[in-house]
Write a protein that binds this ligand. Structure first.
Ligand code: 6GU
Length: 251
């Protein structure tokens, strides 16, 4: 069972993860466990202060090192008691390395993850002693690391064995093969004057497979050329992409 411990001053935000869809069901099935730790419970004064003004001045508040560090230590101790040999402590921050499918797979094989969600303008730099890794979910700023931590939990959990059925196996996801997904259709056969591509009704699975790969290649070329540059295309794939371009130009 994968152990998640989250350090957050808003533990209730994580109820959303536990309740919804496949990720909620995976928790019910005992595939992972998620425990939240509130740094306020580790604060030193009667006001349970966890933030203070930045040295050097400027706007906003900074999360204090001590309550945060103590919460991380408690989380790591809990994971040890749960049998985790080496917890990985991840600070969610816009300054971290960008999350992608490769990073998700790297984290999905860990035994225990401690996710530190900062709030305010940031956390005291001296907490870094407790941190193994810093991750960002994109080049924009969230009000706190909580939503980023939930994104991380969601995409890690759906990769764990037994979470998705064979039918919607994660192996078929976009990005797994370095491409965007192909278009999908369901009934009715004609909607608003638009027909389902004939090949999908043909029952010829080889043809359908080739059509889907062609669409995936074409859409990636149109929308995310950066992904294609990072990926080597086989001779077959190059041919399919050429066909896509030709069909697009109406030949
Ligand atoms: Cl991990 N945290 C915050 N606060 N903002 C973000 C982010 C993380 N990733 C992208 N934006």
């Amino acid at each position: 069972m994968l152990q998640f411990d989250v350090v957050t001053i808003f533990p209730a935000m994580f109820d959303a993860v536990a309740e919804a869809g496949v990720i909620g069901r995976a928790r019910d099935k005992g595939i992972y466990q998620l425990i939240a730790w509130n740094p306020r419970d580790f604060a030193q004064n009667a006001y349970r202060t966890v933030d203070d003004r930045p040295y050097g001045g400027g706007p906003g508040m900074v999360m204090m090192a001590e309550p945060l560090s103590r919460a991380v230590v408690a989380a790591k101790q809990r994971q040890q008691s749960a049998g985790v040999r080496k917890s990985r402590v991840i600070h969610l921050t816009p300054q971290g390395r960008l999350l992608n499918h490769q990073v998700v797979m790297e984290l999905a094989v860990q035994q225990g993850l401690v996710l530190v969600a900062g709030r305010y303008e940031g956390v005291d730099e001296r907490v870094t002693r407790e941190i193994d890794d810093e991750i960002s979910i994109g080049d924009y700023v969230l009000s706190g690391g909580e939503l980023a931590a939930m994104v991380l939990i969601d995409c890690i959990v759906r990769q764990l064995p037994g979470v998705l059925g064979d039918a919607d196996s994660a192996v078929q996801d976009s990005f797994v093969n370095g491409l965007l997904d192909c278009p999908h259709y369901t009934r009715p056969e004609t909607y608003d004057g638009q027909k389902v591509p004939q090949v999908l009704l043909s029952g010829n699975h080889a043809d359908i497979g080739r059509w889907r790969l062609k669409q995936a290649l074409g859409r990636t070329w149109q929308r995310r050329p950066d992904l294609l540059e990072k990926r080597v295309l086989s001779a077959d794939e190059r041919k399919l992409l050429e066909e896509f371009k030709q069909e697009l130009s109406g030949v």
